[in-house]
Each structure stands twice: as structure tokens, then as C-alpha cells.
Design a protein around this ligand. Structure first.
Ligand code: GLA
Length: 402
């Protein structure tokens, strides 16, 4: 990410993407030789509402963004597989008949996790050379891992002509991350990437996996991300701890709400009547979930009514709850959100992804967005002595061949 706001118009971004894929293809040829490979793009995502709700069975409202992962691929006439990424040196050489059974703790694990499933199902009909990597900051909460996993499923589908449905690719990505890479991720990220529709926010109810697309007026509004550049070593274990705490809060509350299947189902009155029986931090986690569900439904109604200000107010409220109740914020994230709240052009701002560092997402009016982002960056600089990486992201159409 650059350090200045990027206001490239959509056509400009399309040309940028073409150039980036051409460079990616050149690098592929340097690595593997031969003719120009096929090239693909798969987006990352921001989550605008529904923070830490996916693994609690609640609704989420993410949007795919026009930054993500590039793929260059060529099918082979034998069963060899060669993988390379732009994030680390070396080539992993293997064969469809002897794919690694344990993770390598490298970026290769993401496509490998998908490849292993398709090979086990007898659907991997030919070997291939694959070079992948992109322009999403890693560990920033923009879902580089789902971008790679869903993108890999899309690429393999295209190369082997499998005719998979979007939901099947999402399922392959989820199993790859959970069972091969070993992350207890929720369902939001692969859905956000795999079911994206241009210009829209995805509305996904994680309890029954029903989804629809909500329009966002991109003529008048835009989405920006400010990256604190803070990366916490312990973010993954802290995330897993929140998953465990939410599960425990649900176990404690469920006797009082026999119909409840997930924490999201616990009625606010039940929580109010029994939260004192829970350890204080478990009560805070449950309160965040129950209130965030209400906020997310209200934000949806606001969007459908064309009221981006009300949607944004729920983003600010979500951030306060993430700071005080779910306790996944950081001083750098709070500083950005507080600064954003002072700007007239900003409708709403909150941390995106799991938290503990990473990025703040903002919904802004286009008119005045540039000046607002500059002053948010300046306030952060005054406090922390460095500039955050700030960028406007366009919505994306999801994985595709280009
Ligand atoms: C991470 C996870 C998602 C979701 C968010 C919090 O990004 O990968 O599944 O739980 O945190 O909303």
C-alpha cells in the first residue's frame, strides 16, 4: 500500500490490474520458461458490519475490494506440480500423486490445501505450474488467505474444466484453511471473496448461509482503508481465544434459551437477566455479539433506505463495542477511528478483520474524501510519529480470468 490516498478512477485501476498481471506472467515465464500462462485475479475484502459475528452465527456485511491475489498458471502434460509465490523464495516441486500430507508453514499451504481435496476426489486431471501473490498487505485483516484459497479453487476449476459452483469453491477454500493450514476461521472471508458482485456489499447470514447483495451508491460514496502497519505476533492465538470465549458464553447461556443454536440466538432479555452469572469478560463478549447483531440489521435497513450516514453511525458504534466489550482494538486503531469521527466526509469507521492491529475501514462521501483522509493520516502521525498507509478501494467482481 502507498502512503498517500490513491484516487485512481475505475478505468485506471483496470489498466493497473492488467499491467500487474502482465508483470506477474513475465515473472512466471522467468521461473518456469515456456509460453505466456493464463492469468487470474482474486480479490481481498473489508468487513463493514458484523464484527466477530460469523463464528457466532450472526449476519455479516463484507465487500470484496479491488486489491488481491494474482495467479499465473499453465497445465502440464505430466502429473508434476510446481508452486511459487512472490512472497517467499523457492519453488515447491511435487506431484499430484504425492502431494504433501502435512503443512509446510509457507504460503504454498493455501493452494496446496485446495489441491489436496481436488486430487483426493480424482478431479485433478493434469499437473500444473502455478505462480501466485499479490498486492494485499499481509496480516492487515484484508483476508489475503481467503483471496488465495478461493482464487486457487477458481484457477484449478478453470484449468481442469470442472464447472464448479461458486459455493463449492467457497467450501474448498474453507476446508483448506481449517483443515490444512490450521486456522479456525469463520465463513465470512471465503464467501466475501467467492460470492462478490460488483458495486455491492454481500449480506450473509452465517447461521443458515443465506446471502444477498446490497447496493452501495459508489457514485457518491467510497470505501477507504487506513493501515496502522501494526502486526501482532499473537493475533492468531488471541483470535482463537475469542472464538473459545464466545463458545463458552453460549454454553453458559443456552440453558436459559433452549431454542438457541448459536450465541447470536440469545435474546437480549435473557442476556440481561443472566449475564452476572458469567465471568465478566464472557459477559462482555456475549453483550457485543447480541448488540452487534442488532446494529448489523439496522445498518442493512439503512443501506436499503439509501441512508449511508445511519449505516456509518453503526460502524462507529461497532468500533466502540469492539474496543470496550470484545477487547480486540489497539491504540493505533482507536486513534484512526477517533480522527475519522472528526471529519464531516466520513460516514463511519471501525476496525476491520479480527483486530489487534491491522486496518480501519471507513465509509466516506466522495466529496471531501481526499482532504478527510489526509487529516486522519496527519492526526495519526502527530500521535505515533509515522504515517498510516491510506487507500481508497473500489468494489470488486470476484475471482476471474483476465
Ligand atoms: C477474521 C476472521 C473472520 C472473522 C473476522 C472478525 O478476519 O477470519 O472469519 O471472524 O476476523 O469479524
Amino acid at each position: 500500500m502507498g502512503t498517500t490516498p490513491d484516487h485512481a478512477p475505475p478505468e485506471g485501476r483496470a489498466r493497473e490490474l492488467e499491467r500487474a498481471l502482465a508483470r506477474h506472467a513475465e515473472r512466471f515465464v522467468e521461473l518456469f520458461g515456456g509460453a505466456r500462462p493464463r492469468t487470474f485475479f482474486s480479490p481481498g475484502r473489508v468487513n463493514l458490519m458484523g464484527a466477530h459475528l460469523d463464528y457466532n452465527g450472526g449476519p455479516v456485511a463484507p465487500m470484496a475490494i479491488d486489491r488481491g491475489t494474482y495467479f499465473a498458471v499453465r497445465a502440464r502434460s505430466d502429473r508434476r506440480v510446481r508452486l511459487a509465490s512472490n512472497s517467499e523464495p523457492g519453488v515447491l516441486e511435487t506431484s499430484l500423486d504425492r502431494l504433501p500430507a502435512v503443512r509446510t508453514a509457507r504460503w504454498f499451504d493455501y493452494p496446496l490445501g485446495v489441491l489436496r481435496q481436488l486430487a483426493a476426489q480424482g478431479r485433478a486431471s493434469a499437473g500444473l505450474d502455478l505462480y501466485f501473490g499479490g498486492d494485499l498487505p499481509v496480516g492487515a485483516g484484508l483476508s489475503s488467505s481467503a483471496s488465495i484459497c478461493v482464487g486457487s479453487a477458481f484457477v484449478f476449476d478453470a484449468v481442469w474444466g470442472l464447472g464448479l459452483q461458486a459455493r463449492e469453491r467457497v467450501a474448498l477454500a474453507l476446508v483448506a484453511e481449517r483443515e490444512f493450514v490450521g486456522v479456525r476461521c469463520g465463513i465470512m472471508d471465503p464467501y466475501a471473496v467467492g460470492l462478490a458482485r460488483p458495486g455491492h456489499i454481500l449480506w450473509l447470514d452465517c447461521k443458515d448461509e443465506q446471502f444477498e447483495h446490497l447496493p452501495l451508491d459508489h457514485q457518491r460514496h467510497c470505501v477507504a482503508v487506513a493501515d496502522t502497519l501494526v502486526r501482532r505476533e499473537l493475533a492468531q492465538s488471541a483470535f482463537n481465544q475469542r472464538v473459545a470465549e464466545a463458545a463458552e458464553a453460549f454454553e453458559r447461556l443456552r440453558p436459559y434459551a433452549p431454542q438457541a443454536r448459536v450465541l447470536r440466538d440469545i435474546p437480549a432479555q435473557v442476556l440481561a437477566a443472566h449475564e452476572r452469572e458469567l465471568a465478566p469478560e464472557l459477559a462482555r463478549r456475549a453483550r457485543h455479539v447480541v448488540e452487534e447483531v442488532e446494529r448489523t440489521f439496522d445498518a442493512r435497513a439503512a443501506l436499503l433506505a439509501g441512508d449511508e450516514r445511519r449505516f456509518g453511525a453503526q460502524m462507529f458504534a461497532a468500533h466502540r463495542s469492539l474496543r470496550e466489550l470484545y477487547e480486540v482494538s489497539a491504540p493505533e486503531l482507536d486513534c484512526l477511528v477517533d480522527a475519522a469521527q472528526l471529519e464531516r466526509a466520513v460516514c463511519g469507521a471501525r476496525l476491520t478483520g479480527a483486530g489487534f492491529g491491522g486496518c480501519v475501514v471507513m465509509l466516506l462521501e466522495r466529496d471531501g474524501a481526499e482532504a478527510a483522509l489526509e487529516s486522519v493520516a496527519q492526526r495519526f502521525d502527530e500521535r505515533f510519529g509515522r504515517r498510516p498507509a491510506v487507500q481508497i478501494f473500489g468494489p470488486d467482481a470476484g475471482p476471474r480470468e483476465l
